[in-house]
Design a protein around this ligand. Structure first.
Ligand SMILES: Nc1ncnc2c1ncn2[C@@H]1O[C@H](COP(=O)(O)OP(=O)(O)OP(=O)(O)O)[C@@H](O)[C@H]1O
Length: 299
């Protein structure tokens, strides 16, 4: 379990992480979702004691990370797959980690096989690896010490759909055995596929958390009309939380019937009206973070 309580980090006038509280449960994959610059990496770095919190704390299995002896045996971490030493081969990189942690070298071969890096690939220098291969190596490195907890920052970045499916299976096996997994992503589709629970962050603050099913169930409505600008004002005047969807139309935090009633009352012809659940987590995510996305970095 990871328990995060009131975690805050400021850089000068910027509050990168703002009073963040959530729990990552064992036996489940928790997706940490947010647009670029939302504060995911900073939060994960604070969990792993690489960044000092301005206030608040995080506990991994009841202890501060810095108080865990030989932490790689307890917490597997992948923070930046690109940052791996380019001059070493994949096998050498894992061997160095294994020796540092006091592990049997045989563990290296097991992990290479687990992440699907062939012996020939493992003999190549990491500098020549694709991003997907680096991610696999980084995951092998995180799993090397047979940890109970995984903290993975954007692990699916660079993986193709088959790679993402592979990761889902790998993390499902890990959590089925009682492991705790926290993984971040700014790509909703990845998280939708992989995670059981979700924590959504925008501009350093938690904007939603719950099981994936819960967040989808409270999805609101998607609406398009002959005059979206007028409809937006009408919905907001009716006290509803409505925002423009980057994909066109409006996302409204209300039942479709309520949205339809406002449109009828104002005489606005609708061209589309449906529960946003049908569009998956993406609309929900955009709806949740639209107001919180940092200017110019929301995608
Ligand atoms: N060392 C630092 N110095 C100054 N500002 C920082 C530092 N690290 C992060 N920030 C700022 O804190 C905010 C959150 O950044 P962070 O990297 O945690 O976001 P993120 O959600 O991981 O984004 P991304 O998906 O782009 O990696 C950003 O505005 C970033 O510019």
């Amino acid at each position: 379990m990871i328990e995060i309580q009131g975690l805050t980090r400021t850089y000068g006038a910027t509050t990168a992480v703002d009073d963040v509280t959530f729990t990552v449960e064992p036996g489940r994959v928790t997706g940490f979702l947010g647009p670029n610059g939302a504060g995911k990496s900073t939060t994960m770095r604070m969990i792993c004691a690489l960044t000092r919190p301005t206030s608040g704390q995080s506990l991994v299995l009841g202890r501060r990370y810095e108080d865990i002896p030989n932490p790689g045996r307890t917490v597997g971490v992948l923070l930046d797959a690109q940052a791996q030493h380019g001059g070493r081969t994949g096998r050498e990189a894992l061997t160095v980690s294994a020796l540092t942690m006091g592990l049997d070298r045989r563990r290296v071969d097991e992990m290479l096989e687990l992440v699907g890096l062939t012996p020939a690939e493992a003999r190549r220098r990491v500098g020549g690896y694709s991003l997907g291969m680096r991610q696999r190596l980084g995951i092998a490195n995180a799993l090397l010490g047979d940890p109970q907890v995984l903290v993975l920052d954007e692990p699916a970045n660079g993986l193709d759909p088959a790679g993402i499916h592979w990761m889902r299976t790998l993390l499902a096996d890990f959590t089925r055995a009682g492991g705790t997994a926290l993984l971040s992503s700014h790509l909703l589709r990845e998280v939708e596929v992989i995670a059981d629970d979700l924590v959504v962050i925008g501009r350093g603050r938690i904007v939603a958390r719950g099981t994936k099913a819960e967040l989808l169930a409270t999805g609101g409505a998607v609406v398009r009309s002959a005059d979206d600008a007028t409809l937006l004002v009408a919905l907001q005047q009716a006290g509803l939380d409505a925002v423009e969807s980057p994909g066109g139309g409006l996302v409204v935090e209300a039942e479709p019937a309520v949205v339809g009633r406002v449109a009828v009352d104002r005489g606005i012809a609708l061209t589309e009206l449906r529960p946003s659940d049908g569009g998956g987590l993406e609309e929900r995510f955009l709806q949740l973070t639209a107001a919180d996305a940092r200017e110019g970095v929301h995608r």
